[in-house]
Design a protein around this ligand. Structure first.
Ligand code: BGP
Length: 468
């Protein structure tokens, strides 16, 4: 079977991870510009000041995407490039840059799929409390509105937020992302709620203004599976799915929070301080979501936790590695002998991907799904002049096969975006952890080079994955 005509073969990036030009053309300072410069926060103290200089090389990069036959490019907009102070005056030069990127995509028939928030918050807002502060919610809605107005004549696909669970949990539980706070579970749940409200209000604006196209949110998709059939471990699985999946997907797709989690949070005094108006906007806008974006890398294998509660997640080079207890100590993630892992300890499990998609369909029905990220972080071997990233090809191939299977089963998956289109800056892992189809030579003026996977993906797209 060929993948259906409407199915988009894409690849993704994010502003902070590719652009560089951190203080050029009127851009304001982001929380990551500040955080990454605190010694010890990132692997080898890397930061995005230059990144891979996409800001100056976007034409070359999009040209390569076109050569690969890419149908859609998912990228994010740096909020402080548009509003250097988070709100207030618009920076025209910022708008100009994204106008150019969008036009360049369209010139090559590449569908621009825009993420509004991929973690680079204007530092001014971070200093005023970041996502704990209602003012950030208001400022986001204004930023979203500004982008709809400036780019909505050409952009038809919008993602409000990338991975709420990550920037809130790493920001307020493990402290590995800005604002670097550890162990504040109350702030963690409050910020997730505030983000959902910001999302809902933006969706409502988008629909009320009558823009053409579709809007949704991207979540981490990290389905939990018990390591065996022991009742305690099955309970751990249920608990993990409630907290890691339902807490995030329910308010968007159902417009309500999962009762199980609400009850637990109430008992622990961790329930967000929400207003009826906020709950109403979630409820009202849930049916307006056109799709849900899933970033899938690996599942979590879980069991009842019997170890002392230590927050060990999220440090450099270990983000997501199994072996940590959940924030509430109820379950822990487990590294299993019979599973296969990447160099960074992420399980490679295309079967769990398909099972997870079935779980989503069972709970949320026929919601439209885009796989907005999926890929392999690796250190790619260079053989002679070639970058032989065979493991990446195998990873993407097996996951695309799972997607194809899902489509054949009638699960509404409408696109696949590999992470990432080009090697870029990993938030905590520097340039060592590569994901791209295009290699960037840091020893040679950031020269671009096509990898083995570039040619392979080109063929997959050209044949619409018929032979998978
Ligand atoms: C996702 C983010 C991406 C990207 C990816 C890989 O959580 O949305 O921005 O970074 O993970 O993560 P890492 O670079 O830590 O391997």
């Amino acid at each position: 079977m060929k993948m259906p005509k409407h199915f988009l073969f894409g690849a993704a990036s994010a502003s902070y991870q590719v652009e560089g030009a951190w203080n050029e053309d009127g851009k304001g300072v982001s929380n990551w510009d500040v955080f990454s410069k605190i010694p010890g926060k990132t692997f080898e103290n890397t930061n995005g000041d230059v990144a891979i200089d996409h800001y100056h090389r976007y034409k070359e990069d999009i040209g390569l995407m076109a050569e690969m036959g890419l149908e859609s490019y998912r990228f994010s907009i740096s909020w402080p490039r548009i509003f250097p102070n988070g709100t207030g005056e618009v920076n025209e030069k910022g708008l100009e840059f994204y106008n150019n990127v969008i036009d360049e995509c369209l010139k090559h028939n590449i569908v621009p799929f825009v993420t509004l928030y991929h973690w680079d918050l204007p530092q001014v807002l971070e200093e005023q409390g970041g996502w704990r502060n209602q003012a950030t919610v208001d400022a986001f809605v204004r930023f979203a509105d500004t982008c709809f107005e400036a780019f909505g004549d050409r952009v038809r696909n919008w993602i409000t937020f990338n991975e709420t669970v990550i920037f809130c949990s790493l920001g307020y539980l493990s402290g590995a992302h800005p604002p670097g706070i550890e162990g504040d579970a109350k702030a963690y749940f409050q910020t997730t709620h505030n983000v959902f409200v910001a999302h809902a209000r933006s969706v409502e604006r988008f629909k009320q203004a009558g823009y053409e196209g579709e809007i949704g949110i991207t979540h981490v998709f990290n389905p939990a599976f018990s390591i065996d059939n022991e009742a305690d471990n099955k309970f751990a699985e249920m608990h993990a799915n409630e907290f890691a999946t339902h807490w995030f997907y329910d308010p968007i797709l159902k417009g309500t929070y999962p009762e199980y989690v609400v009850k637990q949070l109430e008992q622990q005094g961790l329930l967000p301080d929400w207003t009826q108006d906020e709950l109403d906007v979630l409820k009202r806008t849930a049916p307006m979501n056109d799709f849900i974006g899933l970033n899938y890398y690996c599942p979590q294998r879980v069991m009842k936790n019997d170890t002392a509660l230590v927050m060990a997640g999220g440090r450099e080079n270990s983000t997501g590695r199994p072996g940590n207890p959940s924030f509430d100590g109820v379950y822990k993630t487990v590294l299993m002998d019979d599973k296969v892992y990447t160099k960074w300890g992420w399980e490679i499990a295309p079967d769990a991907f398909l099972d997870g998609l079935r779980m989503l369909q069972a709970r949320y029905g026929d919601v439209k799904i885009y796989i907005t990220e999926n890929g392999l972080g690796d250190v790619d071997p260079i053989v002679g002049e070639e970058i032989m990233d065979t493991p990446r090809i195998e990873y993407i191939e097996s996951h695309l096969r799972a997607v194809k299977h899902a489509v054949q089963e009638g699960i509404n998956v409408s696109g696949y975006y590999a992470w990432s289109v080009i090697d870029l800056l990993s938030w905590l892992n520097g340039y060592k952890k590569q994901y791209g189809f295009i290699y960037v030579d840091h020893e040679n003026g950031l020269a671009r080079k096509k990898k083995q996977s570039f040619h392979w993906y080109k063929e997959i797209i050209a044949t619409r994955a018929e032979d998978l």
